[in-house]
Ligand binder design. Structure first.
Ligand SMILES: [Zn+2]
Length: 269
């Protein structure tokens, strides 16, 4: 039986994948990839994400302003975002809060995040949320603002285990990246054993967050800085890691993740 796989979060538009784009797209059907949520990080990404949405059937586009790039947004970013959201059925992401990055301005990040979150609630669009070292602020924001009824995705979830129940109550799904298969990610890996099964999603975050080398099924040449580039077709390898971690038969896991994904992204086909 061939599996049907759903990638809750990647960056297919990333320039590190550009020279290999055709080869990557050709590998997707054979690798079982049915849908992938392609997340922009900044305004400059939006046209490419839109172009991919129009030409690649697996793509669910996601437009948003990531906390690392809030300072780069243009004066018209809000009107521009609305224009892209109106162009095709789409999600909002990648957005969020990040106190890990140097020289962060959390107040500015929060303002940009809340504006996008409210827009998502108004339009009932799924959201992909990035959060590093700002879990308390994230919980405040989620409690104080309207949220999309379809729910939201905590991408590459590495938050405290104690917050899982409250985040789930607010509508969260928790997305597991292959990167957590690395030995040093023991804490993050263990946290996923406490995620409710009906809220579990799987992601590659390609071209970032590659699995350990021995688990990779598809490889791409290293990027200019010498770091490995994650191929989006490694999604199946992430599912296999998740099945081992959660001690679930692969088929059962795949059915559960499909159900979860379809629930959140239902409106976007
Ligand atoms: Zn990402």
């Amino acid at each position: 039986m061939s599996l049907r796989l759903f990638d809750a979060h990647n960056h297919l538009q990333d320039e590190r994948l550009a020279s290999q784009r055709l080869e990557i797209l050709r590998a997707l059907p054979g690798a079982g990839v049915v849908r992938m949520v392609v997340n922009s990080s900044c305004e400059a990404d939006w046209p490419e994400v839109l172009a991919l949405a129009k030409s690649v059937p697996q793509v669910i586009p996601s437009f948003g302003c990531h906390p690392w790039y809030v300072a780069e947004r243009t004066a018209d970013w809000q009107a521009n975002l609305v224009k892209f959201l109106d162009a095709v059925p789409s999600a909002i992401g990648e957005i969020g809060l990040d106190k890990w990055i140097k020289n962060h301005n959390l107040a500015e990040q929060r303002e940009v995040f809340v504006w996008q979150l409210r827009l998502a609630a108004e339009r009932n669009l799924p959201v992909s949320i990035h959060c590093l070292e700002a879990w308390g602020t994230l919980l405040d924001v989620l409690r104080e603002n309207p949220l999309p009824r379809c729910g939201f995705v905590l991408h590459s979830f590495g938050g405290p285990r104690e917050m899982i129940a409250e985040l789930a109550r607010l509508g969260a799904c928790f997305s597991l990246p292959g990167y957590f298969a690395h030995e040093r990610k023991l804490r993050q890996r263990d946290i996923f054993k406490h995620v409710p099964r009906e809220r579990l999603l799987i992601e590659t975050d390609a071209p970032d967050q590659a699995l350990p080398a021995e688990r990779l099924e598809f490889s791409l040449p290293d990027s200019a800085n010498g770091r490995p580039v994650n191929h989006p077709a490694n999604l199946g390898a992430v599912y296999r890691f998740a099945a081992e971690l959660l001690d679930m038969p692969l088929e059962v896991l795949a059915e559960q993740v499909e159900e979860n994904f379809q629930r959140v992204f239902a409106a976007l086909g």
